[in-house]
Design a protein around this ligand. Structure first.
Ligand code: 2BA
Length: 108
């Protein structure tokens, strides 16, 4: 058994959770914050049998989209009058997925 940890955008949560639950996977959503953008995102925990991992990855791929987000760079140290903070685009998502072994899984 493995624990899949997927960091996704909030906008994709309803589609992903619906798709997972519809085919019988259990999932837990945690509210999280990205270290770079400092904006809210969602972390989904999914405990799955090893042979289900590719299925779940496929569901994640089909429900989580990449989007471009504008970020204004932090003001550099130096002459402020020469600095114009143009926003730059970063592509966020579809999903960042970690897959970890589970030593033991119990429900009591
Ligand atoms: P954030 O850290 O807010 O990052 C949002 C997006 O900003 C990233 O999208 C990436 O395109 C860009 N970015 C992040 N760090 C950067 C840097 N040092 N320089 C330039 N651009 C940078 P994604 O890669 O799709 O990541 C989306 C979210 O997934 C991240 O939000 C973070 O919460 C999580 N994440 C991504 N990689 C991770 C990792 N190795 N460990 C833990 N969490 C991770």
């Amino acid at each position: 058994m493995k624990l899949m940890i997927a960091v996704i955008q909030d906008k994709d949560v309803p589609k992903l959770m619906d798709a997972l639950v519809r085919v019988g996977y259990s999932a837990t959503k945690l509210a999280s914050t990205g270290g770079f953008l400092r904006e809210g995102n969602s972390t989904i925990l999914i405990g799955v049998d090893d042979d289900e991992i590719e299925n779940v990855l496929e569901i994640v791929k089909n429900t989580c989209r990449a989007r471009e987000q504008l970020v204004t760079p932090i003001t550099p140290v130096g002459p402020a009058e020469s600095y114009v903070p143009y926003p730059v685009g970063v592509v966020v998502g579809g999903a960042t997925v970690f897959i970890l072994p589970i030593e033991r899984f119990v429900k009591v």
